[in-house]
Design a protein around this ligand. Sequence first.
Ligand code: ZN
Ligand code: ZN
Ligand code: ZN
Length: 227
Amino acid sequence: MGIDPTPTKSVQLSESTLRMLAGLDEPKPDRPNPKRTRATSTPAVRGPRPARVPDGMCGNGLHKMEGDNVRIGRRSGGRVTRECRACILNRTRSRRENQPRVTEPPASVPCIDCGGMIGVRVNGYSGWALAGEGGRCEVCADRPKAEKIIADHKLLPPEEQSKRTRRTALMRARRMLERVLDGGRAFHPGAPHGTSYAYSEWRCRCEKCSEARGVINQTYRDRQAMS
Ligand SMILES: [Zn+2]
Ligand SMILES: [Zn+2]
Ligand SMILES: [Zn+2]
């Protein structure tokens, strides 16, 4: 019949395969055999069960699963999940930190209006890099907006003009026009630099003010991740 009479050559296994096969028979050092553990350990003491994660802690055993730290999620099929917010926050943080950073400052270009040098914003670069819109620096890009706010304010009836919100808007617009270009950024000479107040009320975009604002944004992002 069609049987090949030549004896099958014994299969030559590579060394790595042999090592792997040997490894399969070895007991896993980090996973103790539950039967063996039960046989040798004394069952007398009744206390917290010897689970890898202590009772009431999150899956990583790092945080207490209680109160605000528990994020309840509802999945399809009515399944309810309980997640650790602190661990979610850690995950988002490390993901953000692992994003590749651009360390080379971008080449600067002159603003098409004032000729002042501005950086082109590069995603991920945290040094000085600021652009307004359409090739203009931030000061020039914001000028028409500020001028419009001031012009519109003059057209309002006096009682409307004296309203607090209107006066605030007018003050911000004036300060916007008082800014100068410094290091590619809109800089207000009179602002209390390094505060988020200077960023929002004085419209200062110097590095110190943007950084102060960045801290707030970071807090905001963290809060978003926590909710
Ligand atoms: Zn956790
Ligand atoms: Zn300009
Ligand atoms: Zn500033």
